[in-house]
Ligand binder design. Structure first.
Ligand SMILES: Cc1cc2nc3c(=O)[nH]c(=O)nc-3n(C[C@H](O)[C@H](O)[C@H](O)COP(=O)(O)O)c2cc1C
Length: 326
């Protein structure tokens, strides 16, 4: 399928999630199925300017993960341009601009979701990205800041700024996450006002929900985040449903969990092979394996007990002992 000038093998995208969709995680999800595009979570342009060496683990080896998108979060045109220049030496496929992050830090810094209430600043940043990036540019938004009254203006900016596609999380910035339902009516309206492709995102946790999202809104592609945590096969489940009408249900048990943890370890080793990280490798491995083991225990018998045991471990040795004794 095509998203602007970008050709993708399918219309499923692994969402950018800070401290989740790391390189080992993206590799892990791809071990189970093809995924059209995977995303590096947001990189702060101020951080790139001050300490570019701290983003080594985010970017090293990304050329082996293509098609891949790299996301920047910024409030400042000069800092954005400098970061784009810095990224030019890396091989990736899409430069994404974050205009949806709802964190207090982002809003205070006038970046991420803040941009949805300062459309002039948003438009300026997007134009700078398009002008300075040699790669296609995309924009990731929510359906508005507090409400969606400016959705038509947002569509106009997206249409006229030269970006290849837009991604929308179907909530406002103020509504954070699951406590508030999605608003697919606004996504539908946004799609009707766009001349560029739209990727839909939010709460997709099954093939039925994926089907409903597309049917209702007519979006061109789907982005999935949290459901992949513990269910790396979600993309395959959706694909099977769309292509063969087959609904594969998510099932997990201890054996499958341990198998998946083994696969994760291999992805970690693959990633770590031959690279130098600006931090302790054992600590990195431990944190990666611990949080993913917890997610991979999703829905198994005694899941709460097992998760607690894993979460009480303090180092790699303890974690491996717990996993080996399961
Ligand atoms: C832990 C976490 C970290 C996230 N980090 C980012 C990020 O770096 N950039 C971004 O655009 N969105 C980020 N998001 C939002 C997701 O990309 C996605 O829009 C959101 O989770 C809704 O999709 P889902 O319901 O499929 O998870 C993050 C979400 C979570 C849960």
């Amino acid at each position: 399928m095509k998203l602007g000038t970008l050709y993708l093998e399918n219309r499923y995208i692994l969402a950018p999630m800070q401290n989740v969709t790391t390189s080992p995680y993206r590799r892990f999800c791809r071990k189970f199925q093809k995924i059209g595009l995977v995303c590096v979570p947001m990189l702060y342009t101020k951080r790139i300017e001050k300490n570019p060496e701290t983003i080594v683990d985010d970017l090293c080896k990304i050329e082996k993960e293509r098609p891949i998108s790299v996301q920047l979060i910024s409030s400042d045109p000069r800092s954005l341009k400098k970061s784009i220049d810095y990224l030019e030496s890396y091989k990736f496929d899409v430069l994404d601009i974050n205009a949806g992050c709802p964190s207090k830090r982002a809003i205070k810094a006038k970046e991420g979701g803040y941009l949805l209430k300062d459309l002039e600043r948003l438009e300026n940043l997007v134009k700078i990205a398009v002008k300075n990036s040699s790669k296609p540019v995309s924009l990731k938004i929510r359906i508005g800041f507090e409400d969606s009254n400016n959705i038509k203006e947002l569509a106009e900016i997206a249409n006229n700024s030269g970006i290849d596609f837009l991604t929308v999380h179907a909530r406002t910035v103020k509504s954070f996450f699951e406590h508030n339902p999605l608003n697919l009516d606004i996504v539908k309206k946004l799609k009707e006002n766009l001349t560029i492709p739209l990727v839909g995102n939010g709460d997709i946790a099954s093939p039925i929900e994926a089907n409903y999202f597309i049917d209702y809104t007519n979006v061109d592609a789907l982005m999935i985040g949290r459901e992949s945590m513990g269910n790396p096969q979600i993309f395959d489940q959706i694909h099977e449903y769309f292509t063969k009408g087959k609904e594969i249900l998510f099932r997990n048990d201890k054996e499958k969990m341990l198998q998946n943890i083994e696969i994760y370890k291999r992805c970690l080793d693959e990633f770590l092979n031959g690279i130098i990280l600006p931090r302790n490798i054992n600590e990195y491995k431990f944190m990666e394996l611990k949080r993913n083991s917890i997610w991979l225990a999703k829905s198994i018998k005694n899941s709460a007990i097992i998760r607690r045991q894993i979460s009480n471990t303090k180092n790699l040795k303890q974690l491996e002992l717990v996993l080996n004794n399961m």
